[in-house]
Design a binder for this molecule. Structure first.
Ligand code: NAP
Length: 489
């Protein structure tokens, strides 16, 4: 399975996976008895691992343990734990990357990259624990003033719940857990049942780094027994959720009186204008659409390319697309592993077929075998076909023709999503126009929509989220509340 021209035959991975046997944890204590969840390598269905699942009673135990904990970790202790975790992760990078690949089918190259990002998250979170976050307001600055000063300080929340998706089995988890711990807030983590193994290994690593048990539990189990109980429980102060729009909106209805952070799906455009550096545009388009098998919330899901360059751009994209090797996710040369499971690949194949029946032309790929979806490039994609109206979570690069920047912005904004966007142009006026008019949480000029630092603000609007940002610094604000106090001065 080396190129898109070869027939995709029966998958056979280069390594035999030794399955790991892991447990849910309540406040640092492993749960040994309970139903077992089996997790399979999506490429050839080898068993990747098992997890002992939690139930409703254990949810209650985890909540009580978190609330009863002393919550007295100093900033320096939190720093030490997060920094130690970073060091441990660095030393176990290969082990974590292999685990990510074994449960998600992401190629090892992407998995290694993900461990580096997770290390950065721990690094930034550790640094932020040392930074004072208070403000001071002098009160004698208006005719109504007084000789006083108001100070702000941030207090941890009683308890946060973090619910994470499958697509970045490590980075999505650490992006919630690390800022919460940095803020001193205990967390109960509910990872995706498709990729719980990496999440549990991360929790074990944090315990090893010195984290007291009450600060973190990880519960894997049936949605109605675990996730829904956690969301609805009034003792929980905050739910931080990343995942699909449907589940996010359901959580918004059921969470009740608590803080809710929702990071939902995306349908990100990359706009390529006629004056663009073509080489750059093709690199951003291919990486944006294909990396992580196209399963990133900020993957390029629509290529909006100006009509004068459309044929040249499409030719170059196909040339570039052919360099993306697909197949055995454990092979370091592979650039596209599987999508999360066979049904996801079947869905992608269906939206390709529907786009073709709506008038699109497949210029490369378009087929799937088991859970491997070929990197697929389509030209003349109608603006209304489901592939580009809904979120298509896979390595698809649909090219839509636009007439100019105004048309591009109109098409981009017609989406119900509003996560990120990218514009490739050398015209500063057009770049500024896009920054001002695109209705998305992020606009990147001459970059992929997904570009960010792990500490910079990140998050979407419209169906992609409520405009509340994550990224280490913003997330720490969410995972804490501001207390003000004032003194005579
Ligand atoms: P999902 O199906 O919504 O699942 C996400 C998490 O929610 C899983 O842990 C899932 O548990 C849990 N869940 C399911 N039903 C629930 C309920 N009724 N109440 C509470 N929790 C529930 O999403 P996914 O398919 O794993 O992830 C892909 C989606 O995430 C895509 O739409 C992608 O764009 C989005 N995403 C967004 C961002 C962002 O930052 N905006 C980042 C990454 C991914 P089970 O696994 O046990 O069902």
């Amino acid at each position: 399975m080396r190129s898109t021209d070869q027939n995709i035959s029966k998958p056979s991975a280069s390594i035999t996976i030794k399955p790991v046997h892991l447990n849910s944890y309540v406040a640092g204590k492993p749960i040994y008895s309970g139903e077992q969840l089996e997790v399979f390598f999506p490429y050839d269905k080898q068993l990747a691992g098992t997890v002992t699942m939690a139930n409703r009673t254990l949810v209650d135990d985890a909540i009580k343990s978190a609330l009863q904990g002393p919550k007295n970790l100093s900033r320096y202790e939190r720093y030490q734990i997060l920094d130690k975790a970073r060091q441990l992760l660095e030393s176990r990078q290969d082990e974590f990357a292999r685990l990510i690949t074994s449960e998600s089918g992401l190629c090892i190259r992407d998995a290694l990259y993900e461990t580096g990002r997770a290390r950065d998250v721990l690094f930034f979170a550790a640094m932020e624990t040392l930074r004072d976050d208070g403000q001071i307001f002098s009160c004698d600055i208006s005719p109504n003033g007084k000789a006083r000063k108001i100070f702000t300080t941030r207090e941890p929340l009683d308890l946060a719940v973090a619910i994470t998706p499958f697509n970045h089995p490590l980075n999505q988890v650490v992006h919630k857990v690390a800022p919460a711990l940095a803020a001193g807030t205990p967390v109960i983590l509910k990872p995706s049942e498709k990729t719980p193994l990496t999440a549990i290994r991360l929790v074990e690593l944090l315990y090893e780094a010195g984290l007291p048990g009450y600060m973190l539990s990880v519960l894997v189990g049936p949605t109605s027994e675990v996730a829904e109980q956690l969301v609805a429980d009034p003792r929980v102060s905050l739910v931080s959720f990343t995942g699909s729009v449907a589940v996010g909106k359901r959580i918004a209805h059921t969470a009740g009186y608590k803080k809710v952070i929702l990071e939902l799906g995306g349908n990100d455009p990359l706009i390529v204008l006629e004056d663009a550096d073509m080489e750059l545009a093709v690199t951003l388009a291919a990486e944006g659409a294909f990396r992580n098998s196209g399963q990133r919330c900020t993957s390029v899901k629509r290529l909006l390319v100006q009509e004068g360059i459309i044929e040249r751009f499409t030719e170059l994209m196909v040339e570039r697309g052919k360099t993306y090797r697909i197949g055995d996710p454990f092979d370091l040369e592979t650039r596209i592993g599987t999508v999360i499971d066979e049904s996801a690949a079947m869905y992608l194949e269906e939206v390709v077929q529907k786009a073709v029946s709506d008038g699109a032309e497949v210029r490369m790929g378009g087929r799937r075998q088991h859970a491997v979806m070929e990197p697929t490039i389509l030209a003349h994609v109608p603006r209304t076909t489901p592939m580009v109206v809904q979120e298509s979570f896979g390595p698809l690069a649909p090219i839509i023709t636009i007439s100019d920047i105004n048309d591009a912005i109109e098409v981009a904004n017609a989406s119900s999503y509003g996560l990120s966007s990218g514009v490739v142009t050398n015209d500063m006026q057009k770049a500024l126009k896009a920054i001002k008019e695109l209705k998305t949480g992020t606009v990147n000029i001459n970059e992929m929509p997904g570009y960010r630092l792990e500490s910079s603000p990140f998050g979407g609007i419209k169906d992609s989220g409520l405009g509340i940002k994550e990224g280490v610094i913003e997330a720490m604000k969410c995972f804490s509340y501001v207390k003000t106090f004032s003194l005579p001065w």
